[in-house]
Write a protein that binds this ligand. Structure first.
Ligand code: ADP
Ligand code: ASP
Ligand code: MG
Length: 459
């Protein structure tokens, strides 16, 4: 077998990301450290905050927490860190850094009472990942391998859109080569997912679930050979295994299909994760850190099997905006104006259907920012109301059937609509992409619809 020159020059480099449940406690971290050490090519580790910590931090950022509750939350976070420190035998240097971060948490949460600054909220939200990265690195060292933690804010440059910051790809590449890459030949480096910094060095976050994205961005900057996403399921399944017990793991899936799944709610991957991987053609692996021997899913540029039906994804918490305007009839510019208004409010439209005098748009609440601030502000609604009548519907769920050639295969709609015959479908979108067919239903019926579709299409 002959190797390409680029393959000879570039040594293998794997970036491994471990999610919240994978770094929940000492035993989980220790299992994950074994996964890292089992592959010499794994030199960079990206971690989430220990399970539950980001939720506690989000609660600390909310306006309605009183002092008593604040202390309870801080104590809960501290207990999670100290339990891990205790198992490590409380090394003094590590304990001192953790204590310092815990007191920063206290100061930051207190300062939010006076000034509800989004920059301070992000600084506070980032402390969960700061703790887990320091502790994980200590667990690797305990196993006899040189390891250090690395402050990702040195390299993961973003804009200043706190709570949902946009990464700046080229700057990240330059900074990574200068500050991170040289360390990888000496240490297994452990760094924080979810966190970045703007040009002024202020801490930003990438939105909930953003650690997958961080891992892919760093892999892109380092031109890694693969990114491994280690989580609590053995890969990407035909649907969320929590919803359908008969869901099956998928061995191999294309970038396109995986991107659609992530976009349409398969929480196992943050929606933006695939973008950097596609840009650099980096393979992505998804597996379970509790059962690495079970294997998982490989996401690749090209795959052999491209079935018509690949998976069913569910995204809860959808908002439907119905805009009505008689001016729209045979007129131009109404949609342009609407989209411009939404863009000014940093809202990305998801699905769209139109009729003569109505436009319906869905907005994804899971796309709100890290501290869970809502999407629809009063000022946005007021602006929209100036040129149309606005009706807002909540408590909806979007179900996407993901696959290949969906728009060009006969009989798909009849199979899907047969399953849906007893449900009220609020909106249907099909045709724009060959990879999906989406229906909007009441949140209360969502699980039932996903199960029925899964049974009919996959079992
Ligand atoms: P982590 O904390 O490791 O990032 P997440 O909770 O974000 O983990 O994602 C893993 C979860 O994604 C699983 O526990 C599962 O319930 C959910 N999930 C949703 N859709 C799918 C799917 N199609 N395949 C696998 N898991 C899925
Ligand atoms: N800790 C962050 C969250 O819970 C980021 C992540 O886990 O991906 O959303
Ligand atoms: Mg996740």
């Amino acid at each position: 077998m002959s190797l390409l020159q680029s393959e000879i020059d570039t040594p293998e480099l794997v970036v491994a990301k471990f999610g919240g449940t994978s770094v929940a406690d000492y035993a989980s971290m220790s299992r994950c450290a074994d996964i890292v050490l089992s592959n010499q090519a794994t030199r960079l580790v990206v971690v989430s905050a220990s399970s539950g910590v980001t939720n506690l931090l989000v609660e600390l950022t909310q306006a309605n927490v009183n002092d008593e509750r604040r202390l309870v939350l801080l104590k809960q976070i501290a207990q999670i860190q100290y339990a891990i420190l205790d198992e490590l035998g409380r090394p003094q240097d590590v304990a001192a850094i953790i204590d310092n971060i815990l007191s920063q948490m206290s100061v930051l949460s207190e300062s939010l009472e006076l000034n509800r600054s989004k920059a301070v909220m992000d600084e506070l939200l980032s402390t969960g990942e700061q703790c887990s990265s320091i502790l994980f690195s200590a667990v690797i060292r305990e196993k006899g391998t040189a390891s250090d933690h690395f402050d990702v804010r040195q390299v993961l440059r973003t804009d200043s859109h706190f709570g949902r910051a946009e990464p700046q790809i080229e700057v990240i590449a330059t900074l990574t080569h200068e500050f991170l890459q040289p360390l990888l030949s000496h240490y297994v480096i452990v760094t924080q997912g979810f966190v970045g910094a703007d040009e002024e060095g202020l801490t930003t976050t990438l939105g909930r679930g953003g650690s997958d994205y961080s891992a892919a961005l760093l892999a892109e900057a380092l031109r890694a050979t693969a990114v491994e996403i280690w989580t609590d399921v053995a890969g990407i399944y035909t649907t969320d295994p929590r919803l359908a017990p008969n869901a099956r793991p998928i061995a191999e899936i294309s970038f396109n299909e995986a991107a659609e799944m992530a976009t349409f709610g398969a929480k196992v991957l943050h929606p933006a994760t695939i973008l950097p991987a596609v840009r650099q053609k980096i393979q992505v692996f998804v597996g379970s850190s509790k059962a690495p021997e079970m294997g998982g899913t490989w996401i690749r540029h090209q795959v052999e099997d491209t079935p018509v039906f690949r998976a069913v994804a569910l995204r809860r918490d959808q908002t439907l905006l119905n805009l009505h305007s008689l001016q729209m009839l045979h007129a131009q510019g109404f949609l342009a104006e609407t989209f411009a208004t939404l863009a000014r409010h940093k809202i990305s439209v998801d699905l769209i259907t139109t009729s003569e005098v109505n436009v319906s748009l869905t907005l994804d609440k899971t796309g709100s920012d890290s501290s869970g601030q809502g999407l629809l502000s009063e000022s946005l609604l007021q602006e929209l109301s100036q040129h149309c009548r606005v009706r807002v519907e909540e408590n909806l769920a979007l179900i996407a059937i993901i696959g290949n050639r969906i728009a060009s295969t006969a009989g798909i709609c009849s199979r899907v609509f047969n399953v849906l015959e007893n449900h009220n479908v609020r909106m249907i979108c099909q045709g724009a992409s060959p990879h999906n067919l989406c229906v909007l239903v009441a949140e209360s019926e969502a699980a039932q619809v996903v199960n029925a579709l899964h049974q009919n299409l996959f079992e």
